[in-house]
Design a protein around this ligand. Structure first.
Ligand SMILES: Cc1cc2nc3c(=O)[nH]c(=O)nc-3n(C[C@H](O)[C@H](O)[C@H](O)COP(=O)(O)OP(=O)(O)OC[C@H]3O[C@@H](n4cnc5c(N)ncnc54)[C@H](O)[C@@H]3O)c2cc1C
Length: 313
């Protein structure tokens, strides 16, 4: 039987929706017993949310003041300390999981399987390679623990309605002092989170400036959508790095993706492979984005986008 431990990503009070998707992935492993581990300064509220996810048999908590912020160097030794009984340790392939899970794998002395898209056996998984242009089956050794990230865009969230027991566990490990939390600088936003938004409006290099990128925010607000960007728009400083979609940005799966002034480079398309309806606005009818778009508007974004926004407002 597989014993799976899922590391809970959260913001201090709300469980990240990626965790319910990790549970669906874990449930695809035959005879999996699924537990969720919450590390926080105050765990009760987050643990209660994890306990509601169907198929979760137990929620474990480690409550320490040092866990107030998600510092990998602090969290990983605690996870490694309680990981002993588990055959599989999973985390989401979000920025949090991509940072944390390799550290956990290193402490446990195993390799990591990244971006699980589907489960073929208890230690055999499918995952994307070459910027999503190919999918391979990876078989990990069955006689050692498996640490992996789950490609959240590939999985539906497990339903709620459960009431799994919650138990505090003791992880009295010495924590390193070489890495400390200093502070967080992030742009406050009321918009839906890019990685979980049902609708995303994204802008590319064609926006031309930070001021003109406002057109993207305005359309997103009219639609109640999250905001994304191409790497070219981020590199040019039109918008913050955390908005980047693609191979070296976020992999997302919204129901609706509107790409504005984005050419559709393969590295960008990697980030939206699982999107539902893709709408592209581009003045070049030969732009590769039109090959994947369900709806294409050929024209000047500076004329189309303001009209769309005012029609929706
Ligand atoms: C290792 C590696 C990793 C990468 N990772 C990523 C990644 O994660 N995400 C990512 O996005 N890119 C990534 N890239 C970069 C990628 O290759 C492209 O350079 C980038 O996506 C291009 O961004 P863009 O489409 O905004 O710009 P461009 O390719 O310059 O396209 C701009 C588009 O806007 C259109 N346009 C211009 N003016 C207008 C107008 N007025 N109205 C309408 N349309 C207009 C043009 O026709 C063009 O199609 C990566 C590259 C490498 C090598």
């Amino acid at each position: 039987m597989a014993k799976v431990l899922i590391i809970a990503e959260h913001d201090g009070s709300v469980l990240n929706p990626s965790i319910a998707k990790c549970v669906t992935c874990a449930a695809a492993i035959d005879n999996a017993e699924i537990e969720v581990l919450v590390l926080a300064a105050s765990t009760a509220e987050i643990a209660a949310q994890a306990a509601e996810i169907s198929s979760v048999s137990r929620v474990l908590t480690i409550e320490r003041a040092e866990n107030a912020n998600p510092v990998t160097a602090i969290l990983a030794p605690q996870i490694a300390a309680v990981a002993g009984d588990y055959s599989h340790i999973l985390g989401p392939s979000t920025t949090y999981g991509k940072d944390l899970m390799p550290h956990v794998a290193a402490l446990l002395g195993v390799n990591q399987v990244s971006d699980i898209m589907s489960v073929e056996g208890s230690h055999t998984f499918r995952r994307p390679v070459y910027a999503g242009n190919a999918v391979v089956s990876v078989a990990a050794p069955e006689d050692s623990q498996l640490v992996a990230t789950v490609r959240v865009a590939s999985w539906q969230a497990a339903s709620g309605g459960n009431s799994a027991p919650v138990e505090a566990v003791d992880a009295t490990v010495e924590l390193p002092s070489h890495t400390r939390y200093i502070g967080l600088e992030s742009a406050a936003s009321d918009r839906p989170d890019l990685q979980t938004a049902a609708k995303v409006v994204a802008g590319g290099r064609a926006l031309g400036s930070e001021e003109q990128f406002e057109l993207i925010y305005k359309l997103a607000d009219a639609l109640g959508a999250g905001v994304g960007a191409s790497r070219a728009a981020v590199d040019a400083g039109y918008c913050p790095n955390e908005l980047q979609v693609g191979q070296t940005g976020k992999i997302i799966a919204p129901d609706l993706y509107i790409a504005i002034g984005i050419s559709g480079a393969i590295q960008h398309l990697t980030g939206i492979k699982d999107a539902g309806t893709i709408v592209a606005i581009n003045k070049d009818e030969e732009a590769p984005i039109f090959e994947v778009a369900d709806i294409g508007l050929v024209g000047d974004l500076f004329s189309i986008v303001p009209k769309l926004t005012s029609a929706l407002s």
